[in-house]
Design a protein. Sequence first.
Length: 72
Amino acid sequence: MEPCTGCGAIAPQHPIVGVARDRETGEMSAFPVCEPCWRDPAHRKAPLKMHFFPRDQERIAVASAGSPNLGS
C-alpha cells in the first residue's frame, strides 16, 4: 500500500508517478500520484512540482531526470 503524494489516498499501487528531487537524499526519485491528483490540481492537498509519467515508465523517467540529452 502506498499513499498518493498529492492527497494521501492509499492504494496498492497508483497509476502515475511524479519525478522530482527527493528533499532527503537530493537524488531524483519517483513519487506515487493518484489519477485524480494527476488530472485535477484542485484535488491535491499539497502542490506537486514534478513531471508526471505512467507507472510503467518510472525507471526510464528517473534515469533520464536532469539529463541534458533528453531530446537527442
